[in-house]
Design a binder for this molecule. Structure first.
Ligand SMILES: [Zn+2]
Length: 185
């Protein structure tokens, strides 16, 4: 399985694409027209801002997040886009599928995604386990201190989540939410 990584123009957030699955839509580029599943690591602006454009190109795509993530998608203040040039509010709320902690999502083609809630950076944070990969969003970025000072952040929760993710990546590869220059875990 080849995972295409894309460093987005906003805050160097990362998007990942493989098998019609997109993790965190930022800049929308060629090849997005066959996306059927969008998995959000969390609903901060820099990880969701391409979502309306993407759903215009791929109207049948489903967007997976938790209850808090959906609230943030529908509120520019909560997803922090209100403080940027282009406020973001999801125009296609019917595309959202709510997931619960430890749920398994069927991705088709024999692939599944395990949902692991990893709050601390934000309450909408989910780490997705797919095959031998963990998409950790901003809950654990190797070599970077996890930010917990934004609304919905919690230092203690973050420590617990980081510990959990470090367990998850013992035999798996980590795909974090921002560009990593070093791989020092
Ligand atoms: Zn974030």
């Amino acid at each position: 399985m080849t995972v295409h990584s894309h460093i987005n123009s906003l805050f160097n957030s990362m998007s990942y694409v493989f098998n019609g699955i997109l993790i965190d839509p930022g800049d929308v580029w060629n090849g997005f027209n066959n996306v059927s599943i969008v998995l959000l690591t969390h609903a901060h602006f820099d990880h969701i801002y391409g979502l309306n454009e993407l759903l215009m190109i791929s109207p049948t795509a489903k967007v997976y997040t938790n209850v808090i993530g959906k609230e943030m998608l529908l509120n520019a203040r909560k997803n922090l886009s209100a403080y940027h040039e282009t406020p973001f509010v999801l125009e296609y709320p019917e595309s959202v599928v709510i997931v619960n902690d430890r749920e398994t999502v069927d991705l088709g083609n024999g692939l599944t995604a395990k949902v692991v809630f990893t709050p601390g950076h934000n309450s909408s944070c989910i780490s997705w386990i797919i095959d031998n990969m963990v998409f950790s969003g901003d809950s654990l970025i190797p070599g970077v201190k996890t930010a917990t000072n934004l609304p919905g952040g919690d230092k203690e929760e973050s420590k617990r989540s980081e510990k959990l993710i470090r367990q998850l990546i013992i035999n798996r590869d980590i795909f974090p939410g921002h560009q990593v220059l070093t791989r020092n875990l």
